[in-house]
Design a protein around this ligand. Structure first.
Ligand code: ZN
Length: 573
């Protein structure tokens, strides 16, 4: 076990030192508040496989596909540097063998690992996978994060709960296609119009078959962790096997029964969960990729090899985001009930802030501000408060906020609190940037976000000219992807970026969440944003892989959105 120094120490000592990690993992699994953990909730109640309700072309019983195939391995939370370190270490033999000898500049004998590939903003699970499997940014595809507020229907969404604790939307995500129903553009599966199987991923609208893991696996782990029965390697192994390896087993059974698909999507949620909960998160992630992800990948590749199908199957590795280490304490967690959080600041400024809950009672409907979180980023949605001045009065959310009296009033309150620590000392120095914009009329395209410089809103590029921030990768373009389009309003009126840069000391980083973790993500920082995008073909040419990847890129910078055109190109070849 190279990733966790705790495990290399003597037995008694290791158990003692492992305790905080175990408690964190147990709490995470039990409470289901964090990234990925919500899968536990789902898989305890369901599991197995299901044909997707309205598959595009075929049912699972149709004859197996022939022709060029693609497997997309979706490595949740795997940073580009971490995956490359695992591949180069010699401890991820299956992935390394597929790629062959490294030749430099991302080219391997049989594959290409594109450098500098970026996630969309926020660098948070649901928004990133939605962008990856539609090829469109949040402002166009309609899914802006792990949490968001639909002001038109006054509905709070939390497919991955960050500020709320209710996991009902998580269950709906795999049971009744919650995310697919919100997507306003065709998915990759719908564009492909070929047989496609999805293992575990929450974006499956239009796919032929969705497979998930059996419920008993998860029930066993959660029970064991909560009761403290699992220790050391057993705990780590159980988590990985349940979340990732068992998912693989299930999809292999599906292949046995139904034959191969043209597109197979394999989602590994365990990497993200493990990273959040590990005291040395980035090194721990490398170890996890070596020990568990590589093994699961190897099983899938071996199944294709046995069917004599591997040489005709392109393999893609991609992730949704990376991680930035954080302090695992309540001083740095700015959740709904914490002093110094945006919730507290806006309340202190006189806004009636919506309770952090998926659903509200009838007496709680008079809120004037709504906050949704993506970890390091939070969205603020504001009402025109002239429509609901009295306590108990429901705001008219069909109207936009007033720019000066509502939007800028909130912006100035957040800015002043961050500068001065007034009125709440704990809020001082917790925010990096505040973005806002002129409100759009209903059904109008939202304005692009600008940065508040202390006096006024200024275009992002102008702000960056005066205040260079090389740590925030492609900030202006990615904020346009988030806010500038037909569904850009779903990212709110104000976006708050927590102080979270990987270039500042860990004790100066903050996050907007209910759960304390050893790492978070969601920001434009390069540590959260630089994701792997690898294309490989067993026995193929790495130089050819590079050509293919370079030719599909729609913009100057490769992003995870390029996966959709990449798969369409490969299967069309
Ligand atoms: Zn994720």
């Amino acid at each position: 076990m190279s990733y966790n120094p705790v495990l290399q120490t003597g037995h008694d000592q290791s158990l003692k030192r492992l305790r905080p990690l175990m408690l964190t993992i147990a709490a995470t699994l039990a409470l289901c508040l964090a990234e990925s953990c919500a899968f536990v909730a789902k898989t305890v109640t369901t599991g197995g496989e299901q044909p997707v309700l309205h598959p595009v072309v075929t049912t699972a019983k149709a004859p197996p596909a022939v022709g060029t195939r693609v497997i997309v391995f979706c490595l949740d939370g795997a940073g580009y540097p971490q995956l490359m370190e695992a591949i180069r270490s010699g401890k991820a033999p299956h992935i390394a063998a597929l790629l062959g000898k490294e030749q430099g500049n991302g080219v391997f004998a049989h594959g290409y690992s594109a450098p500098g590939v970026l996630s969309v903003l926020p660098s948070s699970t649901v928004a990133d996978w939605a962008a990856t499997f539609t090829g469109k940014p949040p402002a166009e595809n309609g899914v802006p994060g792990d949490e968001w507020f639909d002001r038109q229907h006054q509905r709070f969404y939390a497919p991955v709960p960050i500020t709320v604790t209710d996991t009902a939307d998580f269950s709906r995500m795999l049971d009744s296609d919650l995310v697919g129903k919100q997507l306003k553009v065709p998915t990759l599966y719908e564009q492909l119009k070929r047989r496609s199987y999805v293992s575990m991923l929450m974006i499956y609208r239009g796919a032929t078959l969705l497979t998930t893991v059996p419920p008993s696996t998860f029930a066993g782990i959660v029970g064991g962790l909560v009761e403290g029965k699992l220790a050391g390697e057993t705990a780590l192994e159980s988590i990985s096997k349940s979340l990732d390896l068992a998912s693989t087993t299930k999809l292999l059974q599906a292949i046995d029964e139904h034959g191969l698909a043209r597109l197979q999507v394999v989602y590994f949620p365990g990497i993200d969960l493990f990273t959040h909960a590990s005291p040395d998160p980035l090194n721990a992630q490398v170890g996890y990729l070596e020990d568990y992800t590589d093994q699961a990948v190897g099983q899938v590749l071996e199944a294709y090899r046995k069917l004599d199908a591997l040489s005709n199957t392109y393999v893609i590795f991609v992730s949704d985001h990376g991680h930035t280490p954080t302090m695992n304490d309540d001083r740095h967690r700015l959740g709904p009930d914490d002093l110094g959080s945006p919730f507290a600041t806006l309340k202190a400024a006189g806004f009636r802030v919506r309770k952090a809950s998926l659903t509200l009672s009838t007496s709680e409907q008079d809120y004037q501000a709504v906050i949704a979180s993506q970890g390091f980023m939070a969205y603020v949605y504001l009402a025109d408060r002239s429509t609901c001045q009295a306590v108990g009065q429901t705001c008219d959310w069909s109207r936009p906020p007033r720019f000066r009296q509502d939007t800028m009033s909130a912006v100035r309150a957040l800015y002043a609190e961050n500068q001065s620590g007034l009125p709440i000392p704990q809020g001082k120095g917790t925010i990096d940037l505040i973005f806002a914009r002129e409100p759009a009329e209903q059904d109008e395209e939202a304005e692009p976000f600008k940065v508040f410089d202390g006096k006024r809103l200024v275009p992002i590029h102008r702000y960056l000219e005066r205040n260079p921030r090389p740590d925030l990768a492609d900030l202006e373009e990615r904020m346009k992807w988030l806010g500038d389009g037909p569904y850009g309003g779903r990212a709110g009126d104000i976006v708050i970026l927590a102080k979270a840069s990987s270039t500042i000391p860990i004790q100066d980083r903050y996050y907007f969440a209910t759960t304390m973790h050893y790492s978070w993500h969601g920001s434009p920082d390069i540590s959260d944003s630089n994701v792997p995008l690898i294309l490989a073909l067993d026995g193929g040419s790495g130089a050819v892989m590079q050509d293919i990847v370079d030719n599909v890129s729609s913009g100057e910078t490769l992003s995870e959105m390029d996966v959709t055109p990449l798969v369409l190109t490969l299967i069309g070849r």
